[in-house]
Design a protein around this ligand. Structure first.
Ligand SMILES: [Zn+2]
Length: 287
């Protein structure tokens, strides 16, 4: 298991906002508003966070954020804003460019995860952001994204991922079920949020990490009933979350939250009343 030379870094692609009610499903507003105060449009602050895994011989990115393919109206609805120039600038902090990325693992193809797959050229046409990378997605999610239900169709935008249809497209690998993509990087499919989403489990040195995607979008979503209204199979989410948290607590994993506005990484504990609670780490990276 040891990967002593592996570095794990959480990257902020952008910040945005989503309706607090939709983000917390059946939970009444007075409860979630304590940890995630809504703005005047009832939106809570969200991060589009990606994960960078740097090995001596490989650079891997998990998810790509929102990207720039949004109209002014959409940017307003989702309150999309960036401190700087998104992923490219975030990578530059580590002396990397998108061209240096060898592998892109997509947890699923919703627009806040796959939107960064393409970058506009000066003439407005689009090119693959990671031209040299192999791209990995669960086959089941790939199929679902091409014919989603009327309920979740708005979350999948063909223009985010039809780049793979082009002749000169970077390679796409469809994954079937649990798989170790490379040493110490494993994908675990879950189906409550959408069909064929994958959590990414990473071993580094003597620490295991899990990038939990939309299974547990923020540190405020750890407890059973805190399930997003967006989820297609909420009871399945409860089951899958319990299982993941059992392992996380038993084996002292660090969880990485894709959408929490402030907590990127946390360990898991239980309080005096037996409720699962986060123990946030005050860092965005780990070696
Ligand atoms: Zn999401």
């Amino acid at each position: 298991m040891p990967h002593p030379d592996r570095t794990i870094i959480a990257l902020e692609e952008c910040h945005f906002g989503l309706d607090g009610g939709a983000m917390f499903g059946i939970i009444p507003r007075p409860l979630w508003a304590k940890t995630n105060p809504p703005d005047e449009a009832n939106r809570i602050a969200m991060s589009a966070r990606c994960l960078l895994i740097i090995d001596p011989d490989r650079v891997t990115l998990v998810d790509t954020g929102m990207g720039v393919g949004f109209s002014e109206k959409e940017r307003e609805i989702y309150n999309i804003h960036r401190q700087d120039a998104g992923l490219r600038a975030a990578l530059r902090q580590y002396s990397l460019t998108p061209e240096d990325v060898d592998d892109v693992i997509l947890t699923h193809l919703h627009f806040d995860h796959a939107g960064g797959l393409r970058t506009p050229n000066e003439d407005g046409s689009l090119r693959p952001t990671f031209p040299n990378a192999r791209h990995w997605v669960q086959r089941q999610n790939w199929s679902w994204a091409h014919s989603p239900s009327a309920r979740d169709g708005g979350s999948y935008r063909l223009q985010d991922f039809d780049l793979f249809d082009a002749d000169d497209a970077p390679p796409l690998h469809l994954v079937d079920g649990i798989a170790e993509l490379f040493e110490g990087v494993e994908v675990l499919p879950v189906h409550g949020h959408t069909f064929g989403m994958q959590v990414v489990k990473i071993d580094a040195a003597d620490q295991t990490y899990a990038f939990v995607a939309d299974l547990i979008p923020t540190a405020a979503h750890l407890r059973d009933p805190y399930v997003m209204g967006y989820d297609l199979q909420p009871l399945k989410t409860v089951e899958e979350k319990r299982e993941l948290l059992y392992h996380a607590r038993r084996d002292d994993w660090i969880l990485i939250f894709e959408h929490d506005p402030t907590t990127a990484m946390a360990r898991i504990d239980v309080d005096a009343r037996g409720r699962v609670i986060p123990v946030p780490l005050k860092t965005l990276s780990h070696t």
